[in-house]
Design a protein around this ligand. Structure first.
Ligand SMILES: Cc1cc2nc3c(=O)[nH]c(=O)nc-3n(C[C@H](O)[C@H](O)[C@H](O)COP(=O)(O)O)c2cc1C
Length: 495
């Protein structure tokens, strides 16, 4: 009898382990990724090719990358500088007017979006780095188009990514699906450019190991930008608003002993002191997220400061995403407001907050707490849903673990604790000056109803729902948003 019970117990334990394993895999990867085939070369074939390539006296490298909001571009640029490899940007021909919805459907349907440029001299490269942001735990579909557009046999393919928290392993099923017969080696998530040296050395790509890191005069080589970052959008023209050149300057601040990295955009105007817009990014974003807005502002005489929140998932500030919360970001923004008020080029009576997504809720709360310091508030698809989203994920605060997946980042207890009983609509209305609120009608991440609700608590709000736009404005939605912003800044006499 005892023996029978033992057997049953054993079977139950095995069944539970099997179920947990299956469940974990379902959670970890959307189901369709698990069936993707990997026909890349095996480890020993890769090693043979690697040795052969690294034994050559002259190794030509290409750093090809796709970047939506600039973070991967910065990593790729640093990588190209360090290796001497040529830089090539993978650009989807049609861009993304609604990045969240389009990217998700492309990945789910295994699509291959058309790219606008090709590498004419691909034959010349022995090593091809391929960089991308993690999208929905997968590779963005333009990467698959890129990999399948060339005969890359005999080259070493080295993937790298940036992300809000996901590791590169999550993307390998979709990456390898496009690597039939290819040698894929040394993939790495780069969260900070300071990690590149150690990674290259692990790959065996340091000069000390006999590599001749080769020239930059190939046909796809692009000259290094003189500026720190370039969003690359056309500068829009407005009647009655002159345009200016501007410079960029890295400015680091500190909050609670941790570094906050940022880039200031300073217009070359005749004014000694200019207005300043502080641009706050969303979940998993970085100082690059709002660079396109900063360029427009600086080109029309308004300084801007784009930065990484601590633990925000961006590449250069300190802190871990598990320590970050909306309120730690409010605290960062308070430190920034204090600091910028003392910058010699800033008119402290004309400081405006601009925030996208989570940066929107953070800006709204901070403005409500510092009404006397803030001359204007621009909120784009603000994430007023965070408290609801956390309640949807957990039944009680007690069950929130030390770390857990929240959208595409690994969040911690502070993220849930700070928002569990927080009534955002009860606080943000304390900012009684005019607010500009913009939301896309097709936003699938933060439903537009959250902004509709905000209009009821703001005393003076100009609200525009941009038709067809998603969570993030690009193309004509971006132009429309920029138009509203300049109009608003003129109305509140910032310019
Ligand atoms: C559509 C979309 C989906 C994303 N999905 C994920 C994800 O699954 N996991 C993650 O960690 N980050 C995710 N992120 C965050 C980006 O990977 C991260 O911000 C990245 O560094 C952006 O790089 P880029 O500026 O070069 O575009 C996503 C961002 C977008 C826009």
């Amino acid at each position: 009898m005892k023996r029978k019970k033992g057997w049953i117990m054993g079977i139950v334990v095995i069944a539970v382990i099997a179920l947990l394993f299956v469940g974990y895999n379902i959670y970890r990867y959307p189901a369709m990724f698990r069936n993707l085939s990997d026909n890349s070369l095996n480890d020993s074939q890769v090693e043979d090719l690697r040795e052969e390539i690294l034994s050559q006296s002259d190794v030509n490298m290409l750093v090809a990358y796709f970047s939506y909001s600039g973070t991967t571009r910065n990593v790729a640029t640093a990588l190209s500088e360090k290796t001497g490899g040529d830089l090539f940007e993978i650009t989807p021909q049609d861009g993304y007017s609604n990045v969240y919805m389009q990217s998700n459907s492309e990945i789910r349907n295994n699509e291959r979006p058309v790219l606008s440029d090709t590498v004419e001299n691909m034959d010349e490269y022995e090593i091809v780095f391929v960089g991308y942001p993690v999208w929905w735990h997968a590779t963005p579909a333009p990467i698959n188009t890129f990999l399948e557009s060339y005969d890359l046999t005999g080259k070493l393919i080295v993937p790298f990514c940036t992300s809000g928290g996901s590791d590169i392993d999550e993307t390998m099923p979709t990456f390898l699906n496009s690597c039939e017969g290819l040698a894929v080696y040394g993939e790495r998530r780069i969260s900070n450019t300071s990690q590149i040296d150690a990674w290259l050395s692990e790959l065996g790509l340091t000069e000390g190991q006999g590599q001749n890191l080769t020239g930059q005069d190939s046909t796809v080589s692009q000259s290094m930008p003189e500026v720190i970052q370039e969003a690359g959008t056309d500068i829009l023209e407005f009647e009655n608003l002159p345009t200016y050149s501007y410079r960029q300057q890295e400015i680091e601040l500190e909050n609670q002993g941790q570094r906050i990295y940022g880039v200031a955009y300073i217009p070359d105007t005749e004014e000694n002191k200019v207005p300043l817009v502080i641009c706050s990014h969303g979940l998993g974003g970085s100082y690059s997220t709002n660079a396109a807005y900063a360029e427009q502002l600086a080109s029309h005489g308004i300084a801007a400061y784009c930065f990484d929140f601590r633990g925000g998932g961006g590449s250069r500030s300190e802190g871990d995403t598990t320590e970050m919360s909306v309120m730690t970001e409010v605290s960062d923004l308070e430190v920034i407001i204090e600091a910028v008020s003392g910058w010699d080029f800033v008119d402290e009576s004309r400081i405006v907050l601009l925030g996208t997504s989570q940066g929107g809720i953070v800006s709204a709360i901070t403005a409500a707490r510092h009404t006397d310091r803030i001359a204007g508030l621009v909120l784009m698809y603000p994430a007023f849903l965070i408290s609801d989203a956390i309640h949807e994920q957990f039944d009680s605060l007690e069950e929130v673990p030390d770390s857990y997946r929240f959208n595409w980042i690994i969040a911690g207890r502070p993220y849930a604790e700070d928002m569990w009983n927080y009534d955002v609509y009860g606080e943000i209305g304390n900012y009684t000056d005019k607010v500009l609120l913009l939301h896309g009608s097709a936003d699938s991440i933060v439903p537009v109803s959250y902004s509709d609700h905000a209009t009821e608590v703001y005393e003076d709000v100009e609200y525009h729902v941009i038709d067809g736009a998603g969570h993030g404005f690009s193309g004509s939605a971006f132009d429309e948003a920029v138009g509203y912003i300049f109009d608003y800044l003129q109305q509140i006499e910032i310019i």
